[in-house]
Ligand binder design. Structure first.
Ligand code: PHE
Ligand code: ZN
Length: 882
């Protein structure tokens, strides 16, 4: 493992390399334990580089075999080599020179899943961010773009498939059972987009004709026998390609587009040029094995990686500080795609729920950082919800601030101006400023300041003056190493809802710039006057979640109830209901902690019932209305002194009360939404009906305390969505019931041979509430289907326990923390990236009640005391503790 140097990388230290790589030829002689890599680099000194300037190439865990300069082998005295670099000083060559470097690597021993490794006997690579240096010595940074030719030699029987980026130019046999393939990628690219795959794989083929009439061969490579399970991913790929042409005017630029699904992968997927590599969880789907959520994820991630071809690959990042340049923008694009393919309203609500669940805690805790960070110790730790999800929200706000037309012009200018570049966030913003003629100087703070801005809003209606005054005050909380913040430019969409439930139109709005219904908050305090408002309106704030901020405003329950019923903005309608439900659980949790019996308003219980029954609303929205804020959501909204046991009990009671208050209606609705044996379709409308029914199942199970409805659904289910939902109710709600034991056993027997499905079985048990979680998870780690080496298994069991089992992980005696910390340290020894990501589960520890805080700190300190932690894990743990 790379040893921790403690070095901090700073954005202001950016310098271009003194040398460029004009082209690279790579030869891989693949062997499980001893792969030889020959790299021939055509080098050129950049203008201004002094003769003799050292060439410093990055490396990591490489065995150097030889170095040749312009054809002549170099004596070891001519270079310095250590585990991190190969340095050629006193380079007295011409402006151009050739280097040939031979290295040896051991893919079988590579447990980090970075560089060249083996996943179930398939050779595959992962190079983002700094994995290429584990393959050969190189200028392994995103601003060094070059043209790759790759020759792969391998054993013919174990590796009949040989893939790399770009176009296939030659194949042939080598004798003694070996063969080769040569790939050439004409598009200059940085090393992080390099990919190689070799192995025995099944193939699903298709083709796509681009808008200009070029035919592209599409291939999805999967484990043999699973080809049919790639059909949905293929369909999603073709829809993505069409959508990008139609919406962004972007056409694919090679003759081949391949995807490979592998079983061992640290992340979701990777956008390597022309050869995307995926975690197979985000490719494989059929009705028996994948839930509706799986289908939606597959569609979104296939689109995301494909969209990177332009936003990421054709235009890449100057350095890793600019990660959001490709990620925030590409997430925005995949969100828009899903919104167009499915329900825009439901998609938006899901996005906001995810942002609040993952990004808000990050922004409000010790790991907070700007969307465009200025320093890092380990770049792997910056693939975060802030860079991705908040980065996407920032792009969305650019559209809100400029309007669709100027946004489109800005995108066009950015793409034209920077095609082929390694660009920066400044370049990106400048394109929008130049295209629109508008100043985004203050707006740009969204990239540079960490923390979730907060708005305090106070509404005063003056009937005599026929005026509504909104006093809006902004503040940005301090975050690590940024105590003082500057004022932000916050685009806020506000609606005034009249007694009829329709929007009231102001005759004039003063006190802030208002363009097309968007209020531009730029000062600390605005008093916004809406003229010509004769009756008191209900205020619908931050419609569509126009800005990723938190808001406090006094609103009584009647107003929120009214908005939940009538607001024409579906997000705001859901938000109003969500606010009521969140407050109800928070209050109840406080009662429980004070040993008092909580009570819920009958109006709230019937409001939920009413929305669930409304035929004019789409089922997926009604399902969201029935979905209570999660225990983690409640904890986040409480902010401090958190007692997870009280929250769990309170939330459960509310579910029970909602079910009891609507028992008959819900039972009828549940029966009416049975699929009646109709064939499964993964489309959004069908998924919405299943979501509604499964949300009803939850409240009905809570209300009756009877496992039989869930048991019946489990027995009758004809798809994984209904089966897993039923199993979850049985496991979470009826720990003692025989139905639960039987269902877990049936599921296990049926899917023992299918690791991705067993992940659901592990996750359901890992998230089963109660103090027994620690022992249960520890036992399940000994299950034959579990493997500490596989990231999907680890995330399903250990990760789910820490992030989705509030009562288990946060067990009052600290046993959850101790078990988790020990497991993270064990994982760190082989896979630092995975360990570091798991450890972020501790990030909100300071919000816990004092006893749990103490226990969490002790567990974190225990991790930190290990001498041999990876840079990745040490970075997370030390920042979390600070
Ligand atoms: N760049 C990938 C994506 O967002 C994520 C990734 C990062 C994958 C690092 C692997 C390693 O699409
Ligand atoms: Zn991405």
């Amino acid at each position: 493992m790379r040893k921790d140097t403690g070095q901090i990388f700073r954005i202001e230290d950016y310098r271009p390399t003194p040398y460029a790589i004009e082209k690279v030829d790579l030869v891989f002689q693949l062997d499980p334990q001893a792969t030889m890599v020959t790299a021939r680099l055509a080098m050129r000194a950049r203008a201004g580089t002094n003769p003799g300037t050292a060439l410093v190439l990055d490396g990591d865990e490489l065995t150097l075999i030889s170095v040749k300069l312009d054809g002549a082998e170099l004596e070891p005295s001519r270079y310095q080599v250590n585990s991190q670099r190969l340095e050629l000083s006193n380079l007295l060559t011409g402006e151009r020179f050739d280097l040939e470097i031979v290295t040896r690597i051991d893919p079988s021993a590579n447990s980090t899943l970075m560089g060249l490794y083996r996943s179930r006997d398939v050779y595959c690579t992962q190079c983002e961010a700094e994995g290429f240096r584990r393959i050969t010595y190189f200028l392994d940074r995103p601003d060094v773009l070059t043209v790759y030719t790759v020759r792969i030699e391998a054993d013919q029987t174990s590796a009949p498939v040989l893939l790399s980026n770009g176009n296939l130019v030659e194949t042939g046999e080598l004798g003694s059972g070996r063969h080769f393939a040569v790939w050439h990628d004409p598009h200059p690219k940085p090393s992080y987009l390099f990919a190689l795959v070799a192995g025995s794989l099944g193939l699903l083929r298709d083709s796509f004709v681009t808008v200009s009439g070029r035919s592209v061969d599409l291939g999805i490579y999967v484990e043999h026998g699973k080809e049919a399970r790639a059909a949905y991913a293929m369909d999603a790929l073709k829809r993505s390609m069409r959508w990008d042409e139609e919406v962004f005017g972007l056409e694919y630029d090679l003759d081949i587009f391949n995807i490979v699904a592998v079983s061992d992968f640290n992340m979701g997927a990777m956008e390597n040029k022309g050869l995307n590599i995926f975690n197979d969880k985000y490719i494989l789907a059929d009705p028996d094995t994948a839930t509706d959520a799986d289908y939606a994820n597959i569609e979104a991630i296939v689109a995301h990686e494909y969209f990177h071809n332009w936003t990421g690959n054709r235009i890449t990042c100057r350095d890793w500080f600019q990660l959001c340049l490709k990620e925030g923008l590409t997430v925005f694009r995949d969100h828009e795609f899903s919104a167009d393919e499915r329900s825009r309203a439901v998609k938006r609500i899901a996005e906001v729920r995810a942002l609040r669940a993952h990004q808000f805690p990050e922004d409000q805790g010790p790991l907070a950082h700007p969307v465009r960070p200025r320093r890092y110790r380990e770049i792997n730790n910056f693939y975060t919800a802030t860079v991705y999800e908040k980065g996407s929200e920032v792009v969305r706000m650019i559209r809100t601030v400029l309007g669709q037309d100027d946004f489109d012009k800005g995108m066009r200018l950015y793409l034209d101006r920077h095609d082929g570049d390694a660009a920066t966030i400044e370049d990106f913003i400048k394109a929008f400023e130049d295209a629109s003629g508008k100043d985004l100087g203050q707006f740009a703070l969204w990239y540079h300041q960490a923390g979730t801005p907060h708005l305090t809003v106070n509404a005063v209606h003056d009937a005599a003056a026929r005026e509504l005054r909104l006093e809006i005050e902004q503040s940005v909380p301090p975050t690590p190493s940024e105590a003082r913040k500057r004022l932000m430019h916050i685009p806020l969409i506000v609606g005034l809802v009249g007694a009829q439930g329709t929007d009231m139109e102001a005759s004039a709005i003063e006190g802030a710039e208002v363009v097309d219904g968007v209020i531009h908050i730029k000062k600390r305090k605005h008093v916004v006057r809406f003229k010509g408002i004769s009756e008191r309106p209900r205020i619908s704030l931050n419609r569509g979640f126009s800005a990723p901020v938190t808001i406090s405003m006094e609103r009584d329950d009647d107003d929120l109830t009214f908005l939940a019923r009538h607001d024409r903005d579906p997000f705001a309608r859901w938000e109003a209901l969500n606010a009521l439900l969140t407050d109800a659980v928070k209050d109840a949790a406080r009662q429980i902690r004070a040993q008092r019996q909580p009570a819920f308003e009958a109006d709230l219980l019937s409001l939920v019932g009413e929305l669930a029954m409304r035929e004019d609303l789409e089922p997926a929205f009604r399902a969201l209305a029935l979905t209570l804020p999660s225990e983690a959501d409640i904890a986040r909204e409480m902010g401090s002194n958190i007692d997870p046991d009280a929250i769990h009990a309170a939330r459960d009671m509310l579910s029970c009360q909602i079910g009891l208050a609507n028992l008959e209606a819900f039972t009828g609705l549940y029966e009416a939404h049975s699929d009646g044996g109709a064939p499964f379709s993964p489309d959004a409308a069908s998924a919405g009906r299943r979501a509604l029914r499964n949300a009803l199942l939850e409240h009905l199970s809570a209300a009756t305390g009877d496992p039989s409805l869930a048991a019946r659904q489990f027995a009758a289910a004809t798809n994984m969505t209904d089966l897993a939902a039923a199993l979850m109710q049985l496991a979470h709600r009826f720990p003692q019931a025989v139905e639960k034991l039987e269902a877990l056993g049936t599921f296990e027997a049926r899917f023992a041979g299918d690791p991705l499905v067993m992940d659901k079985w592990f996750a359901i048990q890992a998230s089963t509430p109660g103090a027994g979680g620690v022992e249960r998870v520890r036992d399940l780690m000994r299950h034959p289907g579990f493997a500490l080496t596989n990231p999907n298994r680890v995330r399903s069991l250990v990760g789910t326990f820490a992030t989705a089992n509030q009562t288990g992980f946060h067990r009052a005696d600290g046993a959850g923390y101790d078990f988790f910390a020990a497991t993270v340290v064990e994982i760190d020894a082989r896979n630092p990236q995975l360990a570091a990501r798991l450890a972020t589960a501790f990030r909100s520890w300071k919000a816990l009640e004092p006893d749990r805080q103490k226990a969490a700190r002790a567990a974190l300190s225990g991790i930190a005391r290990n001498a041999n932690l990876s840079t990745d894990l040490r970075d997370i743990v030390e920042r979390t503790l600070a």
